[in-house]
Design a protein. Structure first.
Length: 300
């Protein structure tokens, strides 16, 4: 499947900012990391939860789905958002890949089980599983009610547990699972439900690797740093964005493709002897510089 470059022309549906949705795939896959670099997954089937395309900046899930398809895998895109799921499938098919969308509410066991079962029925096997589901507010853990706390745990932790639970019986020896965590797990600030959930996810990932090792199935995680993507773009000024970039150790800004490339490697046979690892993809970490005015920095 060739990697698309220039944005396509077309009338497409419009967002509020005037950008045609049929340009989204072309825009995000123009990134220089949207390539497989010779890694092949021919004959394999990959299931990517959260693999829909919901904006021009793409997402980690869509980027993983794109790379797997580009490597020759048939891809099951699992996403609750039907428009995003169909958009991802269309983009992959237009580029010569094979994909199908399967709706699922990851907070509901029956829904996840049904989606996994339908994907296996459609493609006949399952070799690769990637979970990119996540999200939640920034309210401290002790300032929210039970329902909100449970919602964040469901979305960021139990969703992955369900996916792995129902996918595992279908995976073959040599199969691979990747979860997507967050650099928030390393923080020591006020406790957020999101941080608690992602920390639990990392423990689940390492434990699953040990549990599934006798079956020849690898499990790894990717810990996401402060990348530029749809979430950051919604609530960050250019000044804040630059300040954040300066405080990354490498003083560069990552995006969804940096994360997806790492996940893609871990899912591939190139990482055949790697399991039980949580790889931080964060530009070397968040190192506050003196005089930036950022919280925790040294005074001028």
């Amino acid at each position: 499947m060739p990697v698309r470059g220039d944005c396509a022309n077309g009338d497409g549906d419009e967002r509020g900012d005037g950008m045609a949705t049929d340009n989204w795939a072309a825009q995000t896959t123009a990134d220089e990391l949207a390539t497989t670099d010779g890694i092949r997954m021919d004959g394999k089937v990959a299931l990517v939860a959260g693999g829909g395309l919901s904006g021009p900046l793409g997402g980690v899930g869509f980027s993983i789905a794109w790379l797997c398809a580009a490597a020759g895998a048939r891809v099951a895109v699992v996403d609750l958002d039907g428009e995003a799921g169909r958009r991802a499938v269309e983009a992959i098919r237009e580029a010569g890949g094979e994909a199908e969308w399967f709706p699922a509410d990851v907070t509901d066991s029956a829904s996840v089980s049904e989606a996994v079962g339908k994907a296996v029925d459609r493609f006949g096997r399952l070799d690769i599983v990637a979970d990119s589901i996540g999200g939640g507010g920034a309210v401290p853990a002790f300032d929210i009610d039970d329902d909100e706390f449970d919602r964040v745990m469901q979305l960021n932790f139990l969703s992955a547990w369900r996916l792995i639970k129902f996918a595992k019986p279908h995976l073959r020896p040599g199969g691979s699972i990747v979860t997507v965590s967050s650099g928030a797990t390393e923080g020591r600030g006020p406790t957020m439900p999101y941080t608690i959930a992602k920390t639990a996810l990392e423990k689940l990932t390492v434990s699953a690797a040990s549990t599934f090792a006798p079956d020849g199935i690898r499990v790894n995680g990717v810990r996401v740093g402060m990348i530029w993507g749809a979430f950051a773009a919604r609530g960050m000024s250019e000044e804040q964005r630059e300040l954040r970039r300066q405080n990354v150790a490498l003083q560069t800004e990552g995006n969804v493709w940096d994360i997806a490339s790492a996940a893609f490697f871990l899912l591939s046979d190139r990482a055949r002897w790697v399991s039980g690892q949580v790889l931080a993809v964060d530009g070397g970490g968040f190192a506050m510089k003196a005089g930036t005015g950022a919280a925790g920095s040294a005074p001028k």
